[in-house]
Design a protein around this ligand. Structure first.
Ligand code: GLA
Length: 749
């Protein structure tokens, strides 16, 4: 014992010293490293960031301007990045303007700024200079660069972040803004990223839409000046235009050729992306939250974190860019991106608001009979003082309607379990009906202008999620459902209204409202996910009005559109598929459209399959077909959800559409083909060239989802090499009698 004490006395100081030495070595080295970095950067310096195929080069100029000098294919020899200097000539006296990595305003810059500020003393100038940078590996695939910039006159700083995902050739960029000024500081613009690209020409492919017409593509050559895509809708922000786009650099791209930058903002609120072709032909992309009606008052020492702007660069056309993004989404962003999904039967179009327990019990039996995993109870189950029998009341009163569901939701959850299916529920928790108890009790929780008449979108108003008390209420709405109904297995989170009369009764600074609303929403979602990390949840906004990667971090899937006409869906799903992987696309078979049941099911299978039909009214043959198709789907879903997707024929330019999915080891795939133009019954005269197969492997193609006993003209015994299928192709034999053909591709060993 004594000896031990002596030893302890003796060793303790030594151990302390050793520990301190270790501390000094570890942390001293980093600061030494930082010092060296700073020392090195007394003069100009270059920061090279590389992914598997691409490079982003940033430049610290002698005067400490921080510029972007290159984004493109990476060079074989790292040393040669130095030679970039002088290759891109700029003329005139505008040094530092065109290539700034984060352009300030009110000082030397005369172009569209990334950031604008009104300082505490009213001055509006900002000129950010490089201070230091640090590059850190996050894991084997990800590296992050932080660059600190500072204004020379005001205590105002911006840190730029670049997160590089090597295998996916994807970059996430964002900024953190802070100040130590005494007094009121207003941010009047605060982009996430500011890219500067150099090429002879640029083509922008962007999207517009509305309810049931989502994802209409347009492509335009950018001319000098600014082309903006933006949103001012508040909630449902992507309804008219999503922030997702594709930019072809140099010349227009096709599916497999050309240089494409595919980008989007991870933000579910107002956004603004400016494409400014400047007088010296640089393309400046400024992407971030929209500053429209949003002058943000930032307190001293508080970090203003912008959302992430993501982009991937491909030199092999749009197809490769989209596969990069799919891989990234499944690996890093989409909730449970590598996990499983539930097939389902939804009752929205089967019953609308008109149901009761008895009817729903029957639908639960149908769910089982059909062979899907889950029954999803849609709108109409809640509200008592004002029952939800139409879309004019009860949002906010999330208690079971006693007439329709006298035994509560729990009785449905139990009945579902007796039928060996799961049970899910529809909610629209951010919203409130003017005719609701919630609104009567808490009018100050609602976004509105007190002195102006209320203005409704789908007869409803939006709750003020910038208010922490309201955030708690919205969280509780969801939490209560799960606490009271253990076994609840799925949520459809809807959001049907945009924000009119934007005004928060809670906020002192109204300019902060649009930003703080979305931050409030994310807080609720994050809290929900902390308690319920993996419950599958569909992101719905009367369709795809809200899908982006800011929200998909909390959702397992999204609802592309209320338009479920399968012909329309082929076009929409085709465009959505550039940006979101098939596992996230909730596709339902409904009564929309004049096509056959086979056509409808085939189209819905290109994603996460669901049904919204009256199963009990299906002719026997159709039911049998659906049951068989669901079995096929259950076999194929790993390939559709996790395989690589190749778009083989674009319905906008051909009389048919074709898409295939191939698994990782290229041993299995599935090819979906649809005739989309019936005018001359042309079908596909030519074979359609497959992609993504192994040229060395031998394959068989078997037609599946045959309706009734019909024989397929496709010989499933014939063997073709991957080489043949990719060079010559395969003819699925589409015609007016065969408008939809699904082929299972299997390696023949
Ligand atoms: C929105 C959704 C539909 C359905 C209705 C219910 O329109 O997109 O799928 O849930 O709301 O009111």
């Amino acid at each position: 014992m004594k000896l031990l004490n002596v030893n302890r006395k003796f060793y303790q100081p030594i151990m302390m010293k050793a520990f301190m030495l270790l501390f000094v070595i570890t942390f001293g080295c980093t600061s030494l490293y930082a010092q060296q970095q700073e020392l090195k950067l007394k003069t100009e310096a270059q920061i090279v960031l590389e992914t598997q195929h691409q490079a982003l080069v940033l430049q610290v100029e002698e005067n400490k301007d921080f510029n972007m000098s290159y984004l493109g294919p990476k060079l074989r020899d790292q040393q040669e990045y130095k030679l970039l200097r002088g290759m891109y000539k700029q003329t005139g006296d505008y040094t530092g303007m065109y290539a700034a990595a984060y352009t300030g305003s009110g000082a030397r810059n005369l172009l569209e700024p990334a950031i604008s500020v009104i300082h505490a003393d009213g001055n509006q100038s900002l000129d950010l200079k490089y201070v230091r940078h640090e590059q850190r590996p996050i894991d084997k695939n990800i590296t992050e660069l932080q660059v600190d910039l500072k204004d020379a006159v005001y205590p105002f700083e911006v840190s730029l972040y670049y997160r590089m995902y090597s295998a996916e050739d994807l970059i996430e960029q964002w900024a953190v803004i802070r100040h130590q000024e005494k007094g009121r500081v207003e941010l009047t613009k605060y982009a996430s990223a500011n890219l500067s690209l150099k090429a002879d020409d640029f083509w922008l492919r962007h999207y517009h839409g509305d309810w049931i017409t989502e994802m209409q593509a347009e492509e335009t050559k950018l001319t000098h000046g600014i082309k903006t895509i933006d949103s001012k809708l508040g909630t449902r922000a992507n309804l008219f235009q999503p922030s997702a786009f594709m930019l072809s650099i140099g010349r227009p791209s096709s599916e497999n050729e050309g240089t494409v930058l595919l980008g989007g903002l991870e933000w579910s609120g107002n956004f603004k992306i400016d494409f400014e072709l400047d007088p010296q032909d640089n393309l400046r992309i400024l992407a971030g939250m929209n500053n429209y009606a949003s002058t943000y008052v930032l307190k001293a020492q508080e970090d203003f974190i912008t959302p992430k702007f993501l982009y991937t660069l491909s030199n092999e056309g749009m197809g490769k860019a989209s596969r990069n993004l799919h891989n990234w989404a499944r690996n890093y962003k989409l909730l449970d991106g590598q996990g499983d999904r539930l097939t389902l039967l939804n009752n929205w179009e089967a019953t609308y608001f008109d149901f009761n327990e008895h009817k729903l019990f029957a639908l639960l039996k149908d769910t089982k009979k059909l062979g899907v995993d889950l029954f999803l109870l849609d709108d109409g189950w809640f509200g008592n003082k004002y029952p939800r029998n139409a879309d004019t009341s009860a949002l906010g009163d999330w208690e079971e309607n006693k007439e329709k569901l006298p035994n509560g939701l729990i009785s449905l959850v139990r009945e579902a379990s007796r039928n060996e299916v799961k049970f899910g529920i529809w909610v629209e928790p951010e919203m409130v009906s003017p005719k609701s108890e919630l609104y009567e009790k808490h009018p100050n929780w609602v976004v509105k202008q007190a002195d102006r008449p209320e203005y409704y979108f789908r007869n409803q108003l939006v709750l003020d999620l910038s208010n922490p008390e309201v955030q708690d209420v919205v969280f509780k709405t969801l939490d209560d459902l799960f606490v009271k109904n253990p076994g609840l297995a799925y949520v459809k989170w809807d959001c049907n209204a945009v924000i009119y009369n934007a005004h928060s009764p809670y906020l002192k600074e109204q300019g902060n409202f649009y930003v703080d609303y979305v931050r409030g929403l994310y807080k609720v979602l994050a809290k929900f996910r902390k308690k319920y990390p993996k419950v599958p949840m569909m992101l719905c906004s009367g369709g795809g009005g809200r899908v982006d990667y800011g929200s998909l971090a909390y959702f397992t899937e999204y609802w592309p559109s209320d338009n479920t006409d399968p012909l329309e869906r082929i076009f929409m799903q085709y465009e959505y598929s550039y940006f979101y992987p098939a596992i996230a696309s909730a596709n339902h078979v409904t009564d929309w459209g004049k096509q056959s049941m086979k056509f409808k099911v085939d189209v819905a299978m290109m994603g996460k399959l669901g049904f919204d039909i009256v199963v009990s009214e299906l002719p026997e043959e159709e039911l049998a077909f659906c049951q068989e198709a669901i079995k096929n789907y259950n076999q194929l879903k790993p390939i559709i959800w996790r395989g690589d997707q190749y778009r083989l024929a674009d319905p906008k330019s051909e009389d048919y559409a074709s898409i295939c999915y191939v698994n990782e080891d290229k041993s299995e795939g599935v090819m979906f083909n649809y005739q989309v133009n019936y005018r001359q019954n042309k079908g596909s005269l030519m074979p359609i060239k497959l992609q993504g197969l192994d040229p060395q492997k031998q394959y068989r193609l078997e037609e599946i989802n045959l309706y009734g006993q019909k024989q397929s003209p496709i010989n499933s015994q014939a063997v073709y090499s991957g080489d043949f299928l990719m060079k010559v192709g395969f003819n699925p034999q589409l015609s007016t009698n065969r408008t939809s053909v699904v082929l299972k591709i299997s390696e023949s060993r």
